[in-house]
Write a protein that binds this ligand. Structure first.
Ligand code: AMP
Ligand code: GLY
Length: 416
């Protein structure tokens, strides 16, 4: 059977690699893909007509939608209508990521632990609230903003600037017309991706993202500069609490309000002194979390995805190897701000998987084509070994302006 994967980043490279482990899988097309995915086809993720026509032309048997934008805009609804079974939520369930005002209201109504918050659509009211709120304070654009719509303000001046930039300056376009302003929480962060068919939820191995651009968690937020799995702060006891207070209540709540969620539901958690709380939900695999979680998956990804689609996940087999994984992102100098594209990439031999993200082939030459360029992913029996192996493998790669963090896994290792 041939499959279509929609997206073209490191996450989709990891999904393609996992799907290909199943011997019954034929071609895995990827739209738009990148310079490292063999069967990349140049169709934009928001070109629903083009994607549907391509799925028909190639008679694909299954579609996996990677990124949030097409999920939120209803690509799964569209493809399912055309008769293609998909992995991913429909638009009505994807709203759990696409609107923070929605997800916060859901959590409030169903008693799911999260930061206390207010929602504002009026700039004067938002600024009035900033005058009296406790600091630091967290300001979030309601809609999708490529992981960059969150500002942690330590002073009222910073907070006012963030509100004004979003609501008046329209820094995040329509996504920032409404803001969620919430309490600042502290504690280690954990990403838990889960498979859910709308009834049953099966968490994957936990992971830890590294969102800031520079070492020591300094600098601007990025899409993620690296990840490790498992996350040592996520003990069995914490996992049990999360299942009871967060995962099951969320799945039940979505079903109860007529938005059953099928696909990968990502729980962004903070382990606060008062217990685990939800920082955010994503309606898809995390990037770079997928790059460390999927290589540890022992069971067959396509079989699991089909169970999710068919609503039979309780019959599924979801097992992970007991190893650890580390992903180091190689980025273009300047990312997440301005950076150059089109730099020639050389890759030597490396004892690690290299997932392509922002790469392209120009007349058969591999060049940079995005902020996050390549993901170097190593697995090993211990996290220490996985981290060392991944960093060693980065030496095999060069391109002008190549930038990476040098401390991926450090916090996890100190917490072990
Ligand atoms: P988000 O896009 O909602 O995941 O937020 C991006 C990052 O901002 C998170 O990974 C956290 O590090 C941080 N963050 C978000 N919300 C809060 C909060 N309420 N308290 C402290 N940090 C937060
Ligand atoms: N790594 C965070 C995300 O995928 O949103």
């Amino acid at each position: 059977m041939d499959i279509l994967v929609v997206g073209g980043g490191g996450r989709e490279s990891a999904i393609v690699a996992s799907l290909k482990k199943n011997p019954s899988v034929g071609r895995v097309w990827c739209a738009p893909g990148n310079g490292g995915i063999v069967d990349s086809v140049p169709i934009n993720v928001m070109d629903f007509d083009g994607l549907t026509a391509f799925a028909k032309e190639k008679q694909v048997g299954f579609v996996v939608v990677g990124p949030d934008d097409p999920l939120a805009a209803g690509l799964v609804d569209r493809l399912e209508e055309a008769g293609f079974p998909c992995f991913g939520p429909d638009a009505k369930a994807a709203v759990i990521e696409a609107s923070k005002a929605f997800s916060k209201a859901l959590m409030k109504e169903y008693g799911i632990p999260t930061a206390s918050y207010e929602v504002f659509s009026d700039v004067k009211e938002a600024l009035g609230y900033i005058e009296r709120c406790r600091l630091p304070i967290v300001i979030k654009a309601d809609g999708l903003a490529l992981g960059k719509g969150v500002v942690i303000a330590y002073t009222r001046t910073e907070a006012c600037r963030a509100v004004t930039e979003a609501m008046v300056g329209m820094k995040f376009g329509k996504s920032g017309e409404k803001l969620v302003i919430e309490e600042f929480l502290t504690g280690p962060e954990v990403s838990v991706l889960s498979f859910t068919d709308g009834n049953v939820v099966v968490p994957m191995v936990s992971s830890m993202d590294h969102k800031r651009a520079y070492d020591g968690d300094e600098g601007p937020n990025t899409g993620g500069m690296g990840a490790v799995a498992p996350n040592p702060f996520y003990t069995d006891e914490v996992a049990a609490q999360c299942m009871e207070r967060i995962f099951l209540p969320t799945i039940r709540a979505m079903k109860a309000i007529g938005r059953p969620f099928k696909g990968c539901l990502y729980f962004g958690l903070m382990l606060t002194p008062l217990g685990p709380k939800v920082i955010e939900y994503n309606c898809r695999f995390g990037d770079p979390e997928a790059e460390v979680v999927l290589p540890l998956l022992e069971s067959d990804l396509l079989t699991i995805m089909r169970h999710v689609h068919d609503g039979t996940l309780s019959d599924g087999d979801v097992r992970f190897r007991k190893d650890s994984a580390c992903c180091v992102v190689l980025a273009s100098g300047g990312y997440p701000l301005a950076y150059k594209k089109g730099k020639r990439i050389t890759i030597g031999t490396a004892d690690a998987a290299i997932f392509h993200a922002g790469t392209a082939l120009e007349s058969d030459v591999l060049v940079t084509n995005g902020g996050r360029v390549l993901d170097v992913v190593a697995t090993a029996p211990t996290l220490r070994e996985a981290v060392d192996k991944a960093y060693k493998a980065t030496h095999a790669i060069t391109f002008e302006g190549m930038y990476m963090r040098n401390d991926i896994g450090r916090r996890a290792l100190s917490g072990e």
